[in-house]
Design a protein around this ligand. Structure first.
Ligand code: 16G
Ligand code: MG
Length: 584
């Protein structure tokens, strides 16, 4: 569906479908905007005072980074209001609904954040990220002139209607911050639909459904659950040997929105998947639980009964990431991260393509963090095309669109599968063809159901979980057998604080450092000392640190390599605080 041209709505249609405006919310800013050129700065200030525009804490600078704005919730009121304004302008420009999600994902409960969703359910266009940063950081008295600049640069018709979909996670700050977004939308005369509590991928899905006039599905939660669960039940229908054990899954909901939404979905699954749900919201969000905790700490979350040998998975705080794991009879923890998930899904899809004898170009998209063993397995054993791109979902999604069928995953568990329009059409035709042999037809039908179980707009923990469970059921595979497809190379991730992390510049999908001078040479020398070794550094897009990744044949080697590279960063890129120490 990735090259579907949006069937964008006319203003009249938008008017007809959107939520009714709160009386009295007015369009004060809109009027101000229209008279901007004629008015003096002093009088803007007066108007701002009267219209309760949240003031920006003076001097505060935030960046619309890889996943939108993110910081302590107490600093975000003005940003939310402004993102409401920006989403309205983007909606006017694209003549389509735009999403605004209030969440800080896997970050602590005290934080919050906001990101915008483009018409096809994708991440906001890069040039608009710059507008977001500009608008978010404008001092209050410059706000209108920055808005006016965006209107000019993007050639926006102010009289065009606008519709913004708003969603939020379960954080205690999210409801009032979402209201700020709505206030921003209303100030520019835009209309909104408040979806309330939804996962991030659910909001992406709603935006896409609406803008494709329902071609992608119905823009409601019931529509979402119905589509996915029907596809899941169809996929698993022909697995007569599936035992109750195989139907059972332990899920860690990270005390977040994913848990709430899984509960809502349960009845649609008709007991074909029996979920033991933990961390449903009784504990603190993301605290010692959730996908990020499990991946980073490489241990089971607290608050979850993890029985030896049983399949478990963890969502993150807004349910756009998932990782699987189990503990063996010796009590050892085994993580099945995004790389293992990508391998399972792509192996399954490649087999179906072969059985269907469909000639589609398939690829797997990863980042530099992908474990070297996974890349080798995919390229050498599975003979799949593997692309490596920069960190951040938007880069993976973009690269994935170049193929008929592609599986993209970050090692941290963020990913999905994309099908081109042409691929979907070929699969549909074959699934409906009455003159085709049974093997080919069965494969095409399974491919068609896979398309329906997955959320192609963005990585979605709920959909990924359903697809993984279906694949394991169809292949009669245990989590241990899945884990044994390849063995991860031991690895270590560290962070180093430097005075200016932008001093680190990278190339080749972040795998080589261009600056500071001498850093890449130092990395090469260190890597040369270990077997099966690889290491890279990159400035974080979400934290003021430089990240270091190292892998090698043993954990000790990976740890020493990561330490050596951290020291090189510290010494060559202006490290601050204490010198990095070896872990053990
Ligand atoms: C954001 C990204 C995630 C990426 C992470 C890297 C989205 C929706 N999320 O959370 O994909 O892995 O940043 O963080 O794009 P870092 O730059 O701090 O390492
Ligand atoms: Mg997330």
């Amino acid at each position: 569906m990735n090259d579907v041209t949006p069937n964008l709505m006319t203003y009249a249609e938008v008017e007809a479908t959107s939520t009714k405006q709160e009386p009295g919310s007015g369009s004060l800013l809109h009027k101000i905007l229209n008279t901007l050129i004629k008015t003096t700065m002093a009088s803007f200030e007066e108007m701002f005072k009267r219209s309760c525009v949240p003031l920006k804490p003076p001097g505060l600078v935030l960046q619309y980074g890889t996943a939108g704005f993110r910081t302590n919730a107490g600093l975000l009121e003005h940003v939310m209001f402004r993102m409401g304004l920006l989403a309205t302008l983007r909606s006017k420009q694209t003549k389509a609904a735009i999403g605004v999600m209030v969440t800080a994902s896997h970050n602590p409960e005290e934080d919050n954040g906001v990101k915008l969703i483009d018409p096809m359910g994708e991440m906001l266009k890069a040039s608009w990220e710059d507008h977001a940063t500009q608008l978010g950081n404008a001092e209050t008295e410059q706000l209108l002139s920055v808005l006016e600049d965006i209107v000019k640069i993007e050639d926006i018709d102010r009289n065009q209607g606008a519709l913004v979909f708003v969603g939020r996670d379960t954080r205690s700050s999210s409801a009032s911050l979402a209201q700020m977004v709505i206030d921003g939308v209303s100030s520019l005369g835009g209309r909104y639909k408040d979806y309330g509590l939804v996962t991030t991928p659910q909001l992406h899905y709603m935006v896409c459904c609406h803008n494709t006039l329902g071609c992608y599905g119905e823009a409601t939660l019931e529509g979402y659950y119905g589509k996915l669960c029907r596809a899941f039940i169809e996929l698993t229908k022909n697995t007569p040997n599936r035992t109750d054990d195989q139907k059972h899954l332990t899920v860690d909901g990270a005390n977040g929105i994913g848990a709430t939404k899984l509960r809502e979905m349960e009845r649609h699954l008709k007991k074909e998947l029996q979920i033991s749900l933990f961390n449903e919201g009784n504990g603190k969000l993301n605290y010692q639980c959730g996908a990020d905790f499990v991946k980073v700490q490489q241990k089971p979350p607290t608050g979850v009964t993890v029985n030896s040998g049983e399949r478990c998975c963890s969502f993150d705080g807004d349910a756009d990431r998932i990782v699987y794991y189990y503990t063996d009879s010796g009590g050892r923890f085994h993580l099945l991260d995004g790389d293992k998930i990508a391998t399972l899904i792509s192996t399954f899809l490649k087999e179906l393509l072969t059985q269907a004898r469909l000639n589609l170009k398939m690829a797997v998209v990863q980042t530099a963090y992908a474990n070297g063993s996974s890349t080798r397995y995919l390229e050498d054993t599975m003979k799949l095309i593997v692309r490596c791109v920069k960190t951040g979902v938007k880069h993976l999604h973009h690269a994935a669109k170049e193929f008929d069928m592609s599986v993209y995953f970050e090692a941290n568990g963020h990913g999905t599968v994309l099908f081109s329009r042409a691929a979907e059409e070929k699969i549909r035709q074959m699934a409906e063809d009455v003159n085709i042999d049974d093997t080919r037809k069965r494969a095409a039908i399974l491919l068609r159901q896979t398309i329906n179980v997955i959320n192609q707009t963005v990585g979605d923990a709920i959909c990924d979980m359903l697809l993984i469970e279906a694949i394991l059921a169809l292949r009669g595979m245990t989590v241990q057998q899945w884990d044994a497809i390849y063995a991860d190379l031991p690895n270590r991730q560290l962070k180093v604080k430097v005075s200016d992390r932008q001093a680190i510049q990278t190339t080749d999908a972040e795998r080589r450092a261009l600056s500071p001078a001498g850093l890449q040479d130092a990395i090469n020398i260190s890597v040369g000392k270990y077997r099966n070794a690889r290491s890279f550094v990159r400035p974080s897009g979400t934290e003021d640190v430089v990240r270091v990744y190292a892998e090698a044949d043993t954990q000790d080697s990976a740890d020493s390599l990561a330490h050596e590279v951290s020291l090189a960063v510290y010494r060559l890129a202006g490290g601050v605080g204490e010198e990095p120490k070896l872990l053990h």
